[in-house]
Design a protein around this ligand. Sequence first.
Ligand code: XMP
Length: 327
Amino acid sequence: MDSNKRPEDMERITTPELASAFIDEQVEAVRAQVGDQKVLLALSGGVDSSVVAALLIKAIGKQLICVHVNHGLMRKGESEQVVDVFQNQLDANLVYVDASERFLDLLDGVAEPEAKRKIIGAEFIRVFEEEARKVGDEVSFLAQGTIYPDILESDGVKAHHNVGGLPDDLQFELCEPVKLLYKDEVRVIGRELGLPEGMVERQPFPGPGLGVRCLGSITRDRLEALREADAILRDEFAAAGLEGKVWQYFVSVPDFRATGVRDGVRAFEWPAIIRAVNTVDAMTAEVPELDWALLKKITARILAEVPGICRVVYDLTPKPIGTIEWE
Ligand code: XMP
């Protein structure tokens, strides 16, 4: 049987009972696969890697080594949540690498979106590789949050490059316990494993993170303004009960300024651009008709609370023609 093919009679995991049965089954399977060996996992804080981490912690405890690389482009509180949930609550073997300065130094003065993406992607692999080498001798397995759509979309190729190309002398066998599941099933499993709702319902977040939302050449002050404005947006969406209802929503901040008046004095500060989209597969996307009062509240809070932002706009562009991300 092709282990990358979901059996036609496999029941969709929709209930806590089915999730619990799946977890028990995979705990046994993982234990049988890895024995007393160690397993390495790149823990981004996304739904898939977080659920795999929680599942493996249940199966093999401290034999799992989670590596969380903070590239300095995470949203407000995200790396802290990873540490809190996995280190403090689940008592995981977690290596937390704060590589923010490395990434921001490398990105200094780079404005072209594809160049930024390449720098972030390559550096991410380099940092993970450094950590993998530190533990390389003791580790035989690499766990990945591959899910079924990854396999379907890539003919089994892309899934194996989730962490990027690791060097040949680091030879790991793969451990991919949720590779036959769809995203909604992974969420049910995550809930059953006790992960916080904010983590289980986390919206998609691009690998290069806020790097492609701090438009043009990234500066630390503008990145900070973006992070704060984005946190306000998420906060207000959650308060309005839109978490998990609107597919993706975020703030971008461009690298130009607009004129305003603050306390009677001319201000020359950045605009914040709100983007919210609904989509099925991210190939096309619609902009939801957000409640006007919600937009006004978010605007008022950003203008009052975020230094450096003096204007807020809502992007009404569907995809196509606009991509979801600005860069
Ligand atoms: P676009 O902007 O192409 O985005 O309409 C479609 C979806 O993909 C996400 N995205 C990325 N995800 N690495 C990722 O892992 C990336 O470089 C990247 N760029 C865009 C985007 O957030 C949206 O959900």
